[in-house]
Each structure stands twice: as structure tokens, then as C-alpha cells.
Ligand binder design. Structure first.
Ligand SMILES: Nc1nc2c(c(=O)[nH]1)N[C@H]1C(S)=C(S)[C@@H](COP(=O)(O)OP(=O)(O)OC[C@H]3O[C@@H](n4cnc5c(=O)[nH]c(N)nc54)[C@H](O)[C@@H]3O)O[C@H]1N2
Ligand SMILES: Nc1nc2c(c(=O)[nH]1)N[C@H]1C(S)=C(S)[C@@H](COP(=O)(O)OP(=O)(O)OC[C@H]3O[C@@H](n4cnc5c(=O)[nH]c(N)nc54)[C@H](O)[C@@H]3O)O[C@H]1N2
Ligand SMILES: [Mo]
Length: 887
């Protein structure tokens, strides 16, 4: 601590800037260009203070505090200077703005200095940019603090805002004709930082300032951004990033920040519905649940309990998924319970569990800043996990080495030191070749291998043949580039991997993840900061849904059912079903064969998102009961649902989510339930009662459910709600004194003191290209739409990204004579879909990319039945197709 004298009083402050010291003491002075997320620049000079011994006042934001310093914050001299500065800024500033938004920092400063009446300017029409659906721009309110420019560059790394005509006529403009047509990714950081309202959320202008703020966790992707929801009169007005959020640290992406209006969408269903001959009919909760109970009882009596299946929801809370699997096992009497980790990162969980003992990310997002080399494999992080993507981009801009393995030239690939671009589905040869170079060139970590790794010699013998030249032929990647990547990863550590579905949604999904782990083991990049193997998990709570036991063979805590049966039977006071459960893919097969008769799809749009849409439909058509528990009549409900149960959104309920770095975070209601909708946990408790099984479901709050979870999950026992208040905690966290775990496998591995390298052979995808099907289609996602699109499609995000389209290499489009925007039919051996085509520079000839966000396209009609043999995860990433013009 430094001893200083501030305004005549002796104080003790932590080292930092003078402004930080003042803030820590609760002394406030105007500081218009300051933002704790940014490096201070001292541009606005409103934070000037007098420091004894300095001739002139200094900017508090850029002056370091020193032992013995004497600071005066309000001397007549600095006050006079501040007033001159503020008066100058006010002279051309629109008077009306000051009155309308009194809370803006600049407006507060004007009032404080008695200058509010000196704002004599007006709104200048030429400074207005009304193009963007979320961000209103009125640069007549710009005071040139450059916070927008700096936060866009230094946090998002997008470089949208540019400074023109420095000097008297300085203007700040986006890098396109308008903000809408610029490179803006709508993260809202500039709006959040702006001290005047020159940049403002449209929703806030339209709906008025928030009356209440609620801290919660974003419900889109697995990053788990902490955010503050501002509400007024039962509506969301704005969402702001929490600066304390451990994974986002004051940042959000377009979805978390802006895509919230689905909550009040006019077609949100907020009453229970029953299907009748003529269509849906409104029902009461008792009637709907009574109907389900009666039909389930009848089916069970006639055909046995294993003719029923339950799908948990990776969008709902841990508490709700815990209840879903408990209901399936204890009330319905079946292990047929799964969640959409199946179609996503199940291979990551399986591969990591097999190799290291824990099926989850080894490290944390924070490690991005500790790594000297980042290997991003099959992950389009800047579009799919934009806040982590921005952190990776910033790390690369600061000099970390970046290796990208992606069949497309993604945004991160453009920042990469090495971009390896395998033909889709050839990552096993590529990763084996990296291992081969590491072994052949002696780049392994000998101490780590000796102390912690088995099967080294066996692996060395196996890998010898996987030369870069051999892989180069299979992957169509340059052998020298492979060598360069291997050397970087092995010698410029610590090296951290993050991976996405480009690794997992393949027939070799689990093996590809195991091949990634081999590389980390060979080079000792496990068990320390800035290292590890880290799946970027998809949905907000997909890690949690499976971890709570929405998995046929795993119980709460992701532990094998058979090993833990008796413990859970004791805890739940009920026998557990003995038949092995079916996973989602097996349930679809069983339904098609008439062996599964009822399915409860809780927060999961099976029909739109499962592969082979026609076979999915055939399966669902045969069901005698299809319950859909959702926010909207999604495609599954619309086409084939028998009962619809209206659930609350995560803005309307309490609970916890588990993000991709094993962090359990609080979800808090900021709005009351819409209409008659209920939180999913309450629906499931009521359902258990309707099914005549109230024991074990008498919960009155999510916290009560969570406390039961903590009793059955030893590694989560320390995660009490009270301890999750600020930023949450990462498991393992076995007791309430435990600080949580940022890095796994620091001493030994979860499976024992030593892990083993594995031989990973290569089985090519059955989707071979041929004369009839000359293209390979990859499917995935884009920035503004989220999965089934039920939420994002009901927000202005659709104006930023309308529907699905097909990306094609310009050379292919030219060869086929297809102009940009042409409607094309994509036909595979399994089905077809029609959509517009656009030329995309990021693709190689022969390869195509599209998304699965809309029912209009229903691209899953094109995807075939191939699966990863370990987890049954579908091969969404490799489909041989041809492309025909639609006249
Ligand atoms: N905006 C947005 N964000 C999302 C989602 C969303 O729908 N929209 N969904 C969420 C969910 S559920 C998930 S699981 C995550 C997914 O996040 P990601 O895994 O990043 O997403 P994808 O677009 O499916 O695929 C990632 C990358 O794999 C590449 N790829 C495809 N095939 C191959 C291959 O054979 N080899 C290699 N090396 N690369 C290949 C693609 O080019 C793509 O860039 O995103 C989450 N976040
Ligand atoms: N072709 C192709 N298909 C794919 C993929 C691909 O890459 N290519 N990726 C696959 C992947 S990784 C995934 S994860 C799946 C995603 O597939 P889904 O899980 O079906 O998609 P989501 O849009 O995430 O959400 C499912 C449903 O949850 C509802 N929901 C949201 N919040 C709540 C809540 O709190 N309670 C309830 N009850 N419902 C809620 C939404 O309205 C929506 O209907 O798609 C898969 N399908
Ligand atoms: Mo996913």
C-alpha cells in the first residue's frame, strides 16, 4: 500500500493510477474518457488534479500514484480549468439531450459545474445514422473521448470506428457507408462505453431508462457471460455486460446484448395446449398434465416403462435438468434420457473422459491470456463464442502465436500464424502428422512423459508412419505447414487448445478429440496455466444438462450408472431402472421401429435440428405421445406435438447454468413469468405429482433442488448458492471452503497418476465424393442466428442476417454459371434442400458451407445417418452433395 495525502487527508491506497486511487476511496471527479476496460489515454483532461511538485495539473487517469504523493482534486485552479473544458464541450452540444438523459456521465458533469444551460447546440441531421437495428448514432453528441474507437479496437478487435479530420473538425465514423453496412458485429461495447449517448441502444430510447437491474447469466452459448438486465414496466429495456463477469469481463456479443425480444414475441405460447382433430386447443395446467399422466400410465401398463423417453434441455437450468432425469428414472422408470450434448460435444466428453478421466474442459477461458500459443481447431469462435473469440483475437494481436485448423478461412484464420486447412473429415491424419513431427523431431516433453504418461513407446512406433507427406495427401494440406504448426505448438508453450464441432461432429469425432489429447500429452501441455484441451461447449447449459444426468448411462456428476446405482437408490429412496437407457439417436430408431411410444422433448427442437429430417419425422410420427415443453411452438411441436407445456424463459426464472469452463453461475429472474407459463422445474414437479409420485419432487425453489444436487454430487458439494453470488465457481469444488478449480489434472489425472497415449487410426467418412455428388457440404452456424432460431428469429437479428444461405467458392459458382443470390437445390444421397447461394472467399473449390437455422431451408433433410461409433454423434460436417440451379 502507498501512503498519500488526498485533499489534505492521509490515506493508504493500492498502487495504480491516481484515478483508480480516487475511485477506491469513493472520491468522484469527472473522467469522461476513462473506462476501466481500456488503457487510459488522458484525452479529455476532465480528470485533472493538482499534484504537489508538478508545475501544471496532471490527468489522474494516466498518472501513477507514488508514495508520499499530495493530490488536490478540487482546488480552485483545477475546478476552473475543468469548467473551461466542459464549457467548450458544451458550446455545441445539443441542449435537449442533456435534459432528456440526465444520467449520462457527461450530462452529470455539466450539471455539477452549473453548465447545463450552456449546452446550446442542436441535433445535426448530417450526424445521424439510423441504419442499425440496435444502435442509434447521433454524433452531434460526440465529445471526442474516443471510448468507442478504443473499446472496439481493444476489446472486440473489430476496428469499426475511425477518426477522420483530426483537429478542430474531428469526426468519428464507422468503416462503411453506414453502421449497418460497416464491419460492426453489434456487440454494443461502444454504446456501453459512450459517456454521452451519441451511441445509444434503440430499445432504451424507445422504452425509457430501466427502473430495475438484475444480474444474471446469458442464455445463449456456453461462454456464460454475466450480464445486467435493465427492465421497465415488465419489459427488457437493455442488457449490459457485467464488468465482474469472469468469462466476459465487461463484454457481450450481439445475442446476449441485444437478442432478448423473443421474450415478449407476440407468438410466444404462454398457455398449455392440447392437440385435437382441428388443431391446438387451450387447456388448463391440470388438464394438460392429467392428459400426459393418463396416457403415459396407459402406455407403460401396456408396453413397459422403456417405451418412454425424455430429452433434457441444454437451454434450461441445472436444477431443471436434474429434475428431468430424476423424473425419467424414478417416476417413469426408464434410463431413456438424453440431451443435445449427443449431437454436439458428446465426443469431447467421451474422448476427454477416456484419456484423462474427466469429460470437460481442462482449463479456463482466463488461460487464453496465459498461453503463448493458441491452437484453435474446428471452432469458429468469433461467430459462435464471440466473447471468447474476441479474447483469442486480442491475444493474437498482442503477439501470442495462433494456429487455426479449419476447412474454411474463418475470421480467426485470418489472424493466424499458421492456418491448416484440411479437407473436411480428415483431421485424424492431420493431428497424427502433428504428433509424428513432434516425435520425429524430438520436440516431446521428456520429463512429463516419464512422470505422467504411459504407452509412449507403443505410440512412437505407431506414429512413425504418419508422416506429414502422408497426411498432406489425405488432407490436402502442405507438409511444411504441418511441420511449422507442430513446432510452434510443441516449442512455444504454454500452448492451449480450444476446439469446436469441426472436430466432433464426424464419424471420427471421439477419436479426433483423443488425437488432440495425444498432442497435449506428448508436449506436456496439460495441468498448468495457458494449456489444456478445451471444447468450447455449445449452449448455455449443455455441459450442465449432461452433468446433471440427462445421459442414459451417466448419473448426476457424470458418473456411470452401474457403479453408482446403490448410492443413488439410497439418496432418492427409489429403485433405479435396470435396463440400459437409449440415447437420443437410439430413441429415434426405436420410435421408427414402434418400440418407443412416447417422447417428452423439453427445450429441444428435435425435428429441425436432428440429422435426416425425413427419418426424424417418421420416428416422431409413430409416437403415441409427444410432449413439447418450450417457449414457442417450435418445428417439433408444430408438426407433431400432442401436448404443449409453456415454459418460462431464463429471464423469468431462477437457477444455475454450467458454462464451458465448468463454472456454475446464477440465473436470476428479471421478469415475472409470461402469462400462465411456469419455470421448467415447477412444470416437472407438478408433472411428478400428476403421475402420482410426489415424493422427491416437493421442491419450492431452485435452491432446494440445488441443495439436493450437491448432496448427490460430491465434487459439487461446495457450490452453495450463497457462494455463487459473485461470478460463480468452477468444479471440482468438494466443500464450502474450497475455492473451485481453474485447471484440471495439475497432479496426476482424474483417472489416476498416469494417462496413456492412444493409437488413433483413420476411418474415412462414408460420404465419399463422386461424379454425381462432387461437393462436400459442411454445416454449422453464423453470428446472428442461434441453433433452431426460435429465439433469434424473433428479434431484429433477422435484419442483420436473414435466413440460411449456401456459401460457395467463387470459382465453383463461376463454373456452374451461378450468379450471387441464385436459388439452388442441394441434393445428397439422403435428401434435398433449396436455398440461395452466395459466393464466399473463405471456401475452397469443391467445398460448401451452410447453416441449419430455419425450417424454410431444413438443411437437415440433406444430412445422412452416419455417426461417431462411440457416442452416436451425427456427422453433420461431411455430406457429399450436388448443386443444381432452381429455375
Ligand atoms: N452465433 C451462434 N453461436 C452459437 C450457436 C449458433 O447457432 N449461433 N450455437 C452454439 C452451439 S449449440 C454450438 S455446439 C457452438 C458451435 O460452435 P463451433 O463449433 O465453432 O461451430 P460450427 O460452425 O458448427 O463449426 C465450427 C467450425 O468447424 C469447421 N469445420 C467443419 N468441418 C470441419 C472439418 O472437417 N475439419 C475442421 N478442422 N474444421 C471443420 C467449420 O468451417 C467451422 O468454422 O456454437 C454455439 N454458439
Ligand atoms: N445440420 C446441422 N444440424 C445441427 C448442428 C449442425 O452443426 N449442423 N448442430 C447440432 C447442435 S451442436 C446442437 S446443440 C443442436 C441444437 O438443437 P436444439 O437444442 O434443438 O436448438 P436450440 O435452438 O438450442 O434450442 C432448443 C429449444 O429450446 C427452447 N428453449 C430455450 N430456452 C428454454 C427454456 O428455458 N425452457 C424450455 N422448456 N425451452 C427453452 C427453444 O425455444 C428451442 O425450441 O442442433 C444440432 N443440429
Ligand atoms: Mo451444440
Amino acid at each position: 500500500m502507498l501512503r498519500v495525502i488526498i485533499d489534505g487527508q492521509a490515506r493508504e491506497c493500492a498502487p495504480g493510477t491516481v484515478l483508480e486511487a480516487l475511485e477506491s476511496l469513493g472520491i468522484s471527479i469527472p473522467a469522461l474518457c476513462d473506462d476501466t476496460r481500456l488503457t487510459p489515454v488522458g484525452a479529455c483532461r476532465t480528470c485533472i488534479v493538482e499534484v504537489e511538485g508538478c508545475e501544471r495539473p496532471v490527468a489522474a487517469c494516466t498518472t501513477p500514484l507514488a508514495e508520499g504523493m499530495m493530490v488536490r482534486t478540487r482546488s480552485p485552479q483545477v475546478e476552473a480549468r475543468r469548467r473551461v473544458l466542459l464549457r467548450l464541450l458544451a458550446s455545441e452540444y445539443p441542449a435537449e439531450a442533456v435534459a432528456r438523459h440526465p444520467d449520462k456521465p457527461f450530462h452529470r458533469a455539466l450539471r455539477e459545474y452549473g453548465l447545463a444551460d450552456e449546452a446550446l447546440g442542436t441535433h445535426r441531421p448530417e450526424s445521424l445514422d439510423d441504419s442499425h437495428p440496435y444502435i442509434h448514432v447521433d454524433m452531434s453528441q460526440c465529445i471526442h473521448c474516443y471510448r468507442c474507437v478504443r473499446i472496439c479496437d481493444d476489446v472486440q478487435g473489430q476496428f469499426v470506428w475511425r477518426v477522420w479530420d483530426r483537429g478542430a473538425a474531428t469526426r468519428i465514423l464507422p468503416d462503411g457507408p453506414s453502421l449497418r453496412e460497416s464491419s460492426c458485429v453489434s456487440c454494443g461495447a461502444c454504446v456501453d462505453s459512450c459517456p454521452t449517448g451519441a451511441l445509444e441502444d434503440r430499445t432504451l430510447l424507445d422504452r425509457g431508462s430501466p427502473e430495475a437491474w438484475t444480474r444474471t447469466t446469458c442464455s445463449y452459448c456456453g461462454v456464460g457471460c454475466e450480464m445486467d438486465v435493465g427492465t421497465r414496466e415488465g419489459r427488457i429495456v437493455t442488457v449490459r455486460p457485467s464488468r465482474e463477469g469472469p468469462s466476459n469481463r465487461g463484454h457481450l456479443c450481439s445475442k446476449g446484448r441485444y437478442a432478448f425480444d423473443f421474450v415478449t414475441a407476440p407468438d410466444r405460447v404462454t398457455v398449455p395446449l392440447l392437440r385435437e382433430a382441428g388443431g391446438w386447443r387451450r387447456a388448463s395446467w391440470d388438464e394438460a398434465l392429467g392428459f400426459i399422466a393418463e396416457r403415459l400410465r396407459r402406455l407403460r401398463d401396456a408396453h413397459g416403462p422403456d417405451t418412454v423417453g425424455m430429452l433434457g434441455s441444454a437451454r434450461a437450468t441445472n436444477e431443471e435438468n436434474y429434475l428431468a432425469q430424476k423424473l425419467a428414472r424414478v417416476v417413469l422408470g426408464t434410463n431413456n434420457v438424453d440431451c443435445c450434448a449427443r449431437v454436439c460435444h458428446a465426443p469431447s466428453a467421451a474422448g476427454l473422459k477416456r484419456m484423462l478421466g474427466t469429460g470437460a474442459s481442462t482449463n479456463s477461458f482466463e488461460d487464453v491470456e496465459h498461453a503463448r500459443t493458441l491452437l484453435v481447431a474446428g471452432s469458429n469462435a468469433t461467430e459462435c463464442h464471440p466473447v471468447v473469440g474476441a479474447r483469442i483475437k486480442q491475444a493474437a494481436l498482442r503477439g501470442a502465436k495462433l494456429i487455426v485448423i479449419d476447412s474454411r478461412r474463418t475470421e480467426l484464420a485470418r489472424h493466424a500464424d499458421v492456418h491448416l486447412r484440411p479437407r473436411p473429415g480428415t483431421d485424424v491424419p492431420l493431428l497424427n502428422a502433428l504428433a509424428q513431427v513432434i516425435v520425429a523431431e524430438g520436440l516431446c516433453a521428456p520429463d512429463f512423459l516419464r512422470e505422467r504418461v504411459d504407452a509412449v513407446e507403443d505410440f512412437q512406433a505407431f506414429i512413425r508412419d504418419w508422416t506429414p507427406e502422408r497426411a498432406a495427401r489425405l488432407c490436402e494440406v502442405d507438409a511444411e505447414e504441418l511441420r511449422k504448426a507442430a513446432r510452434l505448438y510443441a516449442t512455444h508453450g504454454p500452448s492451449m487448445m480450444v476446439h469446436g464441432l469441426g472436430m466432433t461432429e464426424h464419424v471420427q469425432g471421439t477419436e479426433t478429440v483423443m488425437a488432440l489429447v495425444n498432442l497435449a500429452l506428448l508436449t506436456g501441455n496439460l495441468g498448468g496455466p495457458g494449456m489444456g484441451v478445451n471444447p468450447l461447449r455449445g449452449q448455455n447449459n449443455v455441459q450442465g444438462a449432461a452433468h446433471m444426468g440427462c445421459e442414459p448411462g451417466q448419473l448426476t456428476g457424470y458418473v456411470p450408472l452401474e457403479e453408482h446405482r446403490t448410492r443413488f437408490e439410497a439418496a432418492w429412496g427409489a429403485p433405479l431402472p435396470s435396463t440400459p437407457g437409449l440415447d437420443l439417436m437410439q430413441m429415434m430408431e426405436a420410435a421408427r421401429g414402434g418400440r418407443l411410444k412416447a417422447l417428452w422433448a423439453f427445450g429441444y427442437d428435435v425435428l429441425l435440428t436432428n440429422p435426416g429430417a425425413h427419418t426424424t419425422r417418421q420416428a416422431l410420427e409413430r409416437l403415441e405421445l409427444l410432449v413439447v415443453q418450450d417457449l414457442f411452438l417450435n418445428e417439433t411441436a408444430k408438426a407433431l406435438g400432442h401436448v404443449f407445456l409453456p415454459a418460462c424463459t431464463s429471464f423469468e426464472k431462477d437457477g444455475t447454468f454450467m458454462n464451458g469452463e465448468r463454472r456454475v453461475q446464477r440465473v436470476r429472474a428479471s421478469l415475472p413469468p409470461a402469462g400462465e407459463s411456469l419455470p421448467d422445474w415447477e412444470i416437472l414437479c407438478r408433472a411428478a405429482r400428476a403421475l402420482g409420485h410426489p415424493e422427491g419432487f416437493a421442491f419450492t425453489s431452485p435452491e432446494g433442488i440445488w441443495d439436493e444436487v450437491r448432496r448427490v454430487w460430491p465434487m459439487g458439494a461446495g457450490l452453495a448458492y450463497a457462494r455463487l453470488e459473485h461470478g460463480g465457481l468452477q468444479w471440482p469444488c468438494p466443500d464450502e471452503a474450497h475455492p473451485g478449480t481453474r485447471v484440471l489434472h495439475t497432479h496426476g489425472f482424474a483417472l489416476g497418476p498416469r494417462a496413456a497415449l492412444r493409437r488413433i487410426g483413420y476411418t474415412p467418412s462414408p460420404e465419399a465424393r463422386s461424379e454425381d455428388y462432387p461437393f462436400v457440404l459442411m454445416t454449422g452456424r453464423r453470428l446472428y442466428a442461434f441453433n433452431a432460431g426460435t429465439m433469434t428469429s424473433r428479434t431484429p437479428n433477422v435484419r442483420l442476417q436473414p435466413g440460411d444461405w449456401l456459401d460457395m467458392a467463387p470459382a465453383d459458382a463461376q463454373r456452374l454459371g451461378l450468379e450471387d443470390g441464385a436459388r439452388v437445390r442441394v441434393r445428397s444421397r439422403h435428401g434435398q434442400a433449396v436455398l440461395p447461394m452466395h459466393r464466399a472467399e473463405g471456401l475452397r473449390p469443391g467445398e460448401l458451407f451452410t447453416t441449419f437455422h430455419t425450417a424454410e431451408t431444413l438443411i437437415n433433410a440433406v444430412i445422412g445417418p452416419h455417426q461417431d461409433p462411440y457416442t452416436h454423434t451425427p456427422d453433420y460436417k461431411v455430406t457429399a452433395v450436388r448443386v443444381e440451379r432452381v429455375e
